[in-house]
Unconditional design. Structure first.
Length: 201
């Protein structure tokens, strides 16, 4: 990708994220995104076939960067901490784009649902250690474990997004990790220390 293409991509990414935070992506046209990004419609279509495709691509790129930064090349002995930090980074990504995900994970999102994109991303992140899980030689386990955890996570995130802002990513992470199977390589983060001078009842 040359410098001009990268600049156009960055402008389109910023534009689609801004507009999708304001209203549903299926009410936004390619022309609106191109105008806000200060590019022409042909440039838009050089990057994506539709507004929802562009939005999914932009969000996927952020999630893939999290996977690379936290999970790529991690030794098995460090996988528990790496998976915990990757999950935290995903939650921060979702909270950053909360308005987009609130709509994209709602029951009435229809064709604009972000669930398939998130499910594919989460399953991709799970593949490395699912292959090393002792039960991975069970053919059915290999088929269902990834979707089970990925879609369970999406359901939990959707419910979390329905709670009032500001949302506590650490509180969600502690609860979520407790729900995972015992073999899953993540740890329950420590609860925040009680303020000095406080007493427990």
């Amino acid at each position: 990708m040359d410098a001009r293409h990268r600049r156009s991509r960055a402008k389109l990414a910023a534009a689609v994220l801004q507009l999708a935070a304001e209203r549903p992506i299926d009410s936004i046209s390619a022309s609106e995104i191109a105008t806000l990004a200060e590019v022409n419609r042909s440039t838009f279509y050089a990057h994506a076939s539709s507004p929802i495709a562009l939005l999914e691509s932009v969000l996927s790129e952020e999630l893939e960067a999290i996977r690379r930064d936290h999970l790529s090349g991690v030794a098995p002995s460090a996988r528990r901490d790496a998976t915990t930090s990757a999950t935290r980074a995903v939650l921060q990504h979702i909270e950053k784009h909360a308005r987009i995900y609130e709509r994209g994970l709602s029951a009435d999102s229809g064709a604009a649902s972000l669930q398939p994109m998130l499910s594919a991303q989460f399953e991709g992140s799970l593949q490395a250690f699912l292959a090393e899980e002792p039960a991975s030689d069970d053919e059915l386990f290999a088929v269902i474990a990834g979707p089970f955890i990925a879609n369970g996570a999406i359901g939990a995130i959707g419910s979390w997004l329905q709670t009032p802002a500001p949302r506590d990513t650490e509180a969600f992470l502690r609860s979520y990790v407790r729900l995972l199977p015992p073999w899953f390589p993540a740890r329950v983060p420590d609860a925040p220390a009680a303020p000095e001078g406080s007493t427990s009842s």
